[in-house]
Design a protein around this ligand. Structure first.
Ligand SMILES: Nc1ncnc2c1ncn2[C@@H]1O[C@H](COP(=O)(O)OP(=O)(O)OP(=O)(O)O)[C@@H](O)[C@H]1O
Ligand SMILES: [Mg+2]
Length: 188
């Protein structure tokens, strides 16, 4: 299957999940994430505000604040397909943009430079054991990751793991995938 077909397949799979199942699996994922050595040492976390079909990132952001980490949330810049990470101290600094995506309000947030982000949670629809991912198709993250030097971690339900992502030249794999069953160290 090509990327587009996989996106459809995985979206359909995720829709069959009950809220209860999602919550149970998410909790296990958080527990595994919070035990990762890179989580412990990271000072600045790059993370998106999840949409309803994704693993809820709110508890992760709250935990990071609790631990005194800096939280950087991206705003998509459609003209250049770049990500502008801004420092988030409170969910009141967010606004709803296209497709109901929540993004930081530029006037209310300071920029965070990519070199300061030491741990990045990379969103995606599905992943393989090499860490290759299929995202939402904008290429925003691939562009960003091309220059990114920190550790890249993805969160995924088991249903989002596939054998082989039909990767392309520009695709950049993640380093770890945290699933309800544990942490996968991606080998290539
Ligand atoms: N580093 C890059 N430079 C220029 N174009 C890029 C780069 N990375 C990706 N693209 C373009 O972005 C488009 C989408 O890429 P792809 O299908 O891999 O999206 P994706 O990985 O699902 O999206 P995202 O990275 O936002 O999660 C492709 O047409 C690709 O050519
Ligand atoms: Mg890609």
């Amino acid at each position: 299957m090509n990327k587009k077909e996989w996106r459809g397949t995985i979206m359909a799979r995720l829709k069959t999940f009950s809220e209860q199942e999602k919550q149970r699996n998410s909790k296990t994922i958080y527990d595994h994430l919070f035990q990762l050595p890179i989580w412990e040492v990271s000072k600045t976390l790059g993370i998106t505000i999840s949409t309803s079909k994704e693993i809820d990132t709110t508890p992760i952001i709250e935990k990071a604040w609790e631990l005194g980490k800096k939280v950087a949330v991206p705003k998509c810049l459609p003209e250049t397909k770049q990500l502008d990470f801004r420092e988030l101290h409170s969910f009141t600094q967010l606004e709803s943009v296209y497709y109901g995506l929540q993004e930081p309000i530029v006037a209310k947030t300071a920029p965070v430079y990519p070199v300061h982000i030491d741990l990045l949670l990379v969103p995606g629809l599905c992943f393989d054991s090499r860490g290759y991912r299929i995202g939402f198709g904008g290429g925003y993250y691939d562009r960003f990751l091309a220059e990114f030097k920190g550790v890249k971690v993805a969160l995924a339900y088991d249903e989002q793991l596939i054998d082989t992502v039909p990767e392309e030249e520009h695709d950049i794999p993640v380093d770890f995938i945290v699933t309800p069953r544990g942490v996968l160290t991606c080998s290539r």
